[in-house]
Ligand binder design. Structure first.
Ligand code: PEP
Length: 254
């Protein structure tokens, strides 16, 4: 059975001490309160990664991830961080293709395919984000957009590599807006994604793929979303910055 994962995306928030404080609160709560989420992943800014990995030692259900990695192994790319560097501090995951990276940093499907290869080569599990804009949904092109993002971003992988990915469906119109996709809208796309994976690889691969929902997910709406048959957890932005909210979302799977 596929893994139920809830991942927090802190984005460009929290200074070093604030990040360590929040993470400590989360792991203390996770220690004391049972959650049915099989793995909680905190995707922090790079500066926190090493310390969070140290704090997470001994917590088998808590992992740490980055929010981006460069497509090249190393070199003259001032200001960038490589997948190998992220791996070297003990992080396990990296978010790739978040809509904010696509929108503000011009990341294309082609570039993201390279980033995915490099992350996998360095033994990081990509949390690969896909999703349509409001304009694309209104134009009724959302299924085509998802299909293309999958085809150009990750379907070049062989089945063994693909099995290491976590996918996240994040409708851009729902990210940070307070407008959540209805569970019916989210389930419809998740089911479509799983069918695309089955057509490309096999039903077995599709059934084993964890597909997260992201977009204004909070403790109030998580239960309904996560109850959908093809939704295997969430990628949480705003609500991951509050320990109580984030842990309540983890407990949705109880
Ligand atoms: C995100 O940034 O991945 C996200 C889902 O943000 P929010 O939960 O704030 O909409």
């Amino acid at each position: 059975m596929r893994k139920k994962i809830v991942a927090g995306n802190w984005k460009m928030n929290l200074d070093y001490n604030e990040g360590l404080g929040l993470f400590s609160e989360i792991i203390n709560m996770v220690k004391d309160e049972a959650t049915g989420t099989q793995e909680a992943v905190i995707c922090s800014p790079f500066i926190h990664l090493h310390s969070l990995v140290q704090l997470a030692k001994g917590y088998t259900k808590v992992a740490v991830g980055a929010q981006n990695a460069h497509q090249n192994e190393s070199g003259a790319y001032t200001g960038e961080i490589s997948a190998k560097m992220i791996k070297s501090v003990g992080a396990a995951y990296v978010i790739l293709g978040h809509s904010e990276r696509r929108q503000y940093f011009g990341e294309t499907n082609e570039l993201l395919a390279k980033k995915t290869d490099t992350a996998l080569k360095n033994d990081l599990r990509p949390i690969f984000c896909i999703g349509e804009t409001l304009q694309e949904r209104e134009a009724n092109t959302h299924f085509d957009i998802i299909k293309t993002q999958l085809a150009e971003g990750v379907f070049h992988l062989d089945a063994e590599q693909f099995a290491k990915l976590v996918l996240a469906y994040e409708p851009v119109w729902a990210i940070g807006t307070g407008v959540t996709a209805s569970s019916a809208q989210a389930q419809e796309i998740h089911e479509f994604i799983r069918k695309e994976i089955a057509a490309k690889y096999s039903q077995e691969v599709a059934d084993a793929t964890t597909i997260l929902y992201g977009g204004s997910c909070n403790p109030k709406n998580a239960a309904e979303l996560f109850a959908c048959p093809d939704i295997d957890g969430g990628l949480i932005g705003g609500a991951s910055l509050k320990s109580r909210d984030f842990v309540d979302i983890l407990k949705t799977f109880n």
